[in-house]
Unconditional design. Structure first.
Length: 66
Protein backbone atom coordinates (compact mmCIF):
# COMPACT_ATOMS: atom_id res chain seq x y z
CA UNK A 1 0.00 0.00 0.00
CA UNK A 2 1.47 3.35 -0.97
CA UNK A 3 1.58 6.43 1.26
CA UNK A 4 -1.40 8.10 -0.43
CA UNK A 5 -3.63 5.06 0.10
CA UNK A 6 -2.44 4.74 3.69
CA UNK A 7 -3.21 8.41 4.32
CA UNK A 8 -6.69 8.12 2.83
CA UNK A 9 -7.31 4.99 4.89
CA UNK A 10 -6.24 6.81 8.06
CA UNK A 11 -8.59 9.69 7.23
CA UNK A 12 -11.46 7.27 6.74
CA UNK A 13 -10.77 5.57 10.07
CA UNK A 14 -10.69 8.95 11.82
CA UNK A 15 -13.88 10.07 10.07
CA UNK A 16 -15.64 6.86 11.08
CA UNK A 17 -14.55 7.30 14.70
CA UNK A 18 -15.79 10.89 14.71
CA UNK A 19 -19.21 9.97 13.32
CA UNK A 20 -19.50 7.02 15.70
CA UNK A 21 -18.76 9.32 18.67
CA UNK A 22 -21.41 11.79 17.52
CA UNK A 23 -23.87 8.93 17.01
CA UNK A 24 -23.18 7.59 20.52
CA UNK A 25 -23.94 11.02 22.01
CA UNK A 26 -27.13 11.59 19.99
CA UNK A 27 -30.52 11.09 21.62
CA UNK A 28 -32.61 8.12 20.53
CA UNK A 29 -34.99 8.82 17.68
CA UNK A 30 -35.43 8.79 13.92
CA UNK A 31 -32.32 10.90 13.26
CA UNK A 32 -30.14 8.48 15.16
CA UNK A 33 -31.72 5.52 13.35
CA UNK A 34 -31.12 7.14 9.96
CA UNK A 35 -27.52 7.92 10.89
CA UNK A 36 -26.95 4.30 11.93
CA UNK A 37 -28.17 3.09 8.55
CA UNK A 38 -25.67 5.38 6.78
CA UNK A 39 -22.89 4.43 9.20
CA UNK A 40 -23.43 0.74 8.55
CA UNK A 41 -23.35 1.42 4.79
CA UNK A 42 -20.04 3.23 5.31
CA UNK A 43 -18.67 0.21 7.16
CA UNK A 44 -19.59 -2.07 4.26
CA UNK A 45 -17.99 0.07 1.57
CA UNK A 46 -14.98 0.63 3.83
CA UNK A 47 -14.51 -3.15 4.03
CA UNK A 48 -14.60 -3.17 0.23
CA UNK A 49 -11.75 -0.60 0.37
CA UNK A 50 -13.80 2.17 -1.21
CA UNK A 51 -12.78 5.09 1.00
CA UNK A 52 -14.34 7.74 -1.21
CA UNK A 53 -17.80 6.18 -0.99
CA UNK A 54 -17.29 5.53 2.73
CA UNK A 55 -16.70 9.27 3.26
CA UNK A 56 -19.92 10.06 1.38
CA UNK A 57 -21.91 7.66 3.58
CA UNK A 58 -20.30 9.16 6.69
CA UNK A 59 -21.24 12.66 5.53
CA UNK A 60 -24.83 11.49 5.14
CA UNK A 61 -24.73 9.98 8.63
CA UNK A 62 -23.45 13.28 10.04
CA UNK A 63 -26.19 15.23 8.27
CA UNK A 64 -28.81 12.82 9.60
CA UNK A 65 -27.75 13.64 13.16
CA UNK A 66 -28.27 17.39 12.67
Amino acid sequence: MNDENQSQENQTVKHMASVKTAWNKAPEGPKKAAALKDYKAAEKVREAENDEEAHEELKQASRALM
